[in-house]
Design a protein around this ligand. Structure first.
Ligand code: E4P
Length: 214
């Protein structure tokens, strides 16, 4: 399973990279707005810094507008993935960009049929938002499982990119189901390594070693 960082913050990206935790990055307008400043400069820094795929989102409403924005965004680097909203126009744009050989990430996916449509349009990634579904008392993980079954049934190459991750359990369950990627906030990914029994075990080993060698 690949780990993407769900952020537009360069310090978080650098830290995750130095810890060997970074396979790619997903941004969105909210995450870029959180950083402030010139979004183009920020996007350029991220694309230069990250080796793996970087999702940058289009904001146009028509397919034509999205395709034009995609051409612009692709100038930020070879690793750019065009993030496109799950709308009829978005699907038209996804198909057109697929034909041009450009990578796409269809975002704001909340149902298995939306994921199927995105895969049929040739999306590289599909982003189901599990946390937002859980937040309205729907089962985000069931959606991942249904998408996995559909993609396997028809051998779609589209990757399942689990988004709106709120807890480490979202990542664990996604890995057990066989999702391809999870995009994770920095705070959550840095908690994966921690376990109280690891700390306790290490403290005991250190104390025993000190007794032995001093
Ligand atoms: C994914 O690409 C999105 O940026 C992200 O996961 C959105 O999730 P959230 O706004 O619900 O946290």
């Amino acid at each position: 399973m690949e780990f993407f960082l769900d952020t537009a913050n360069i310090d978080e990206i650098r830290k995750a990279q130095s810890q060997g935790l970074l396979d790619g990055v997903t941004t969105n307008p909210t995450l870029l707005a959180r950083e402030g400043g010139d979004w183009r400069k920020q996007a350029q820094i991220i694309c230069n810094e990250v080796e793996g795929p970087v999702s940058l989102e289009v904001m146009g409403e028509t397919a034509e507008e999205m395709i034009n924005e995609a051409e612009d965004l692709s100038n930020f680097g070879k690793n750019v993935v065009i993030k496109i909203p799950m709308t009829t126009e978005g699907l038209i744009a996804t198909k057109a960009l697929h034909k041009k050989g450009m990578k796409t990430n269809v975002t704001l996916v909340f149902s298995p049929l939306q994921a199927l449509l995105a895969a049929k349009a040739g999306a590289t990634y599909v982003s189901p938002f599990v946390g937002r579904l859980d937040g309205i008392s729907h089962d985000g993980m069931e959606l991942i499982s249904q998408i996995r079954t559909i993609f396997d049934n028809y051998e779609f190459p589209t990757k399942i990119l689990v988004a709106s991750v709120r807890t480490p359990l979202h990542v664990l369950d996604s890995a057990l189901i066989g999702a391809d990627v999870a995009t994770i906030p920095f705070k959550i990914i840095s908690d994966f390594v921690k376990h109280p029994l690891t700390d306790q075990g290490l403290a005991t080993f250190k104390a025993d070693w000190d007794r032995l060698t001093k």
